[in-house]
Design a binder for this molecule. Structure first.
Ligand code: TYD
Ligand code: MG
Length: 462
């Protein structure tokens, strides 16, 4: 087949070159050129000019439709048979959608998708395309996990054109396809090496087109690179319908699947799994698994009720504050945003009268989960203060609340639901924003302490 016409385009200024070069000749940026297909090999004759002149005569163009006439069932969903997976997808997999599952190498992406695909293949034809492992390895893993293998087909191939040729000619036609991983795929229309940004983008684009044209649902597995983006600069996120991240600490047996983008459901929804020798098991009631498990309160530890997605979770925040030998003391966070910590420490100094400018501050969310909501502000500061003073918070205390730049404690959504969860798990005291305080007597055995200002909250923590 004739090669497609490609060009190297600068991601900074859009200048186009015929050959790759390290620096863009137009804007001077380094390492910004990547390869693009500008004319597919098969349609070499229908050049841009020709297409333009024949616009009026295009009968195969899509029709303009009134939205009220569009039926809902076009978004038919199928269950992945794994409840937590369905929850993150927004209630099941939408047919013909493309879902990117990203995560660190070794976190369990292949295991999760193999499990889901094996179970789903009982009701619809499915292909597991592996570019990383041999068929024997995939089969061995599936057997070890005790999965039903009868209906599951696998294909060891990395050329995306060959994969699509196989998928379209397979009998019966697959309704589901997993590509593990997108970084191993390459398209023969490009000359750059597999794994390069251009190859990853082109391979994904071909799979997306295939999904939309045939109504096949496609899962793409992507390894997160050191910089945190999937395949480098997050090139795939805008092309797919949903981006899910599979996260967890390597030491912990819990894994969290989080929706980062979802055209068919809520983002920030969490699905929780526990690893076992028989694969991933769902944890449908994950509320208290992210507490460290120590029975007595420790200095530097605070428990918060976070509400990522649609259910509350009790999560422990740990802080370590220590004399710094450095001129610029360190602010390190795991599972929280680092800039937010720097801001909170400034508020702590200005409105709480507690300076930590000569101290290193480390903050960690236990269990490898990531908390993005501002309700973590107050517990983070309570944990920092507790570590600084080497004094634990009172036993069985939870906290949540956003801390504003002027030292005010602002309410967070779903306060009552969070308090209910804390009461259910036997917590005795809750330090919460004033506007989140429920009617008196609503939660028996839980003393709710309302705070409006940071100074009040620090006093309440003791
Ligand atoms: P794997 O699914 O291969 O990770 P990824 O595709 O993200 O790189 O899992 C890594 C290893 O962990 C693999 O050797 C299997 C093992 N594992 C279990 O034993 N049990 C489990 O529940 C999971 C998820 C993984
Ligand atoms: Mg893998």
């Amino acid at each position: 087949m004739a090669k497609a016409k490609t060009a190297y385009v600068c991601s900074e200024c859009g200048a186009s070159f015929t050959r790759w070069q390290g620096q863009c000749g137009e804007c001077g940026a380094w390492n910004t050129l990547s390869e693009f297909v500008i004319e597919p090999a098969s349609s070499a004759k229908s050049g841009a000019g020709q297409a333009r002149s024949s616009w009026a005569g295009r009968v195969d163009a899509a029709e303009v439709t009134a939205l009220r006439d569009v039926s809902q069932d076009e978004q038919a969903r199928v269950s992945t048979t794994i409840g937590e997976f369905d929850r993150v997808l927004g209630g099941g997999l939408v047919e013909g959608s493309v879902v990117l599952v990203g995560g660190d190498p070794g976190i369990g992406k292949s295991t999760l998708l193999l499990q889901a695909l094996a179970l789903m293949s009982a009701t619809q034809p499915a292909i597991y395309v592996t570019g990383e492992e041999s068929l024997a390895q995939v089969a061995g893993r599936a057997r070890r996990l005790g999965l039903p293998l009868d209906d599951l087909n696998a294909l060891a191939e990395t050329c995306v054109e060959k994969i699509l040729a196989r998928a379209t000619s397979a009998k019966p036609r697959p309704r589901l396809l997993v590509a593990d991983s997108i970084q191993t795929l390459w398209s023969d229309t490009l000359t750059s090496a597999p794994g390069s940004v251009s190859q990853v983008r082109e391979s994904a684009a071909k799979l997306v087109r295939f999904a939309k044209e045939t109504g096949t649902s496609v899962f793409l597995v992507g390894h997160v690179t050191k910089e945190g983006g999937i395949a480098g600069p997050r090139v795939l996120e805008h092309m797919v319908d949903a981006v899910l991240y599979f996260e967890g600490e390597s030491g912990s047996r819990f894994r969290v699947l989080r929706a980062f983008k979802n055209r068919f459901g809520a983002v920030n929804e969490l699905g929780v799994f526990a690893m076992s020798d028989k694969g991933l098991k769902e944890v449908p009631n994950p509320s208290a698994i992210f507490l460290s498990g120590s029975s007595t309160a420790q200095p530097g530890s605070a428990v918060m009720v976070t509400r990522e997605g649609t259910r509350p979770l009790l999560v422990e925040v740990q802080a370590l504050v220590d004399q710094s030998p450095l001129a610029n003391p360190r602010r390190v966070t795991l599972g929280l945003e680092q800039n937010r910590l720097a801001m909170l420490l400034a508020v702590l100094h200005r409105h709480g009268g507690v300076g930590v400018f000569d101290q290193d501050v480390f903050v960690n969310v236990v269990g490898g989960i990531r908390v993005q909501e501002t309700a973590a502000d107050l517990p983070v500061l309570l944990a920092v203060l507790s570590s600084l003073r080497d004094r634990p918070l009172a036993e069985k205390t939870v906290a949540f609340g956003e801390v504003g730049l002027s030292g005010e404690i602002r309410p967070v959504p779903n306060g009552e639901e969070r308090l209910k969860e804390a009461a259910t798990h036997g917590f005795k005291r809750a330090i919460v924003p004033k506007a989140n305080v429920p009617k008196p007597g609503q939660f028996k055995g839980l003393e709710v302490i309302a705070v409006e200002r940071l100074a009040q909250a620090l006093d309440a923590a003791g």
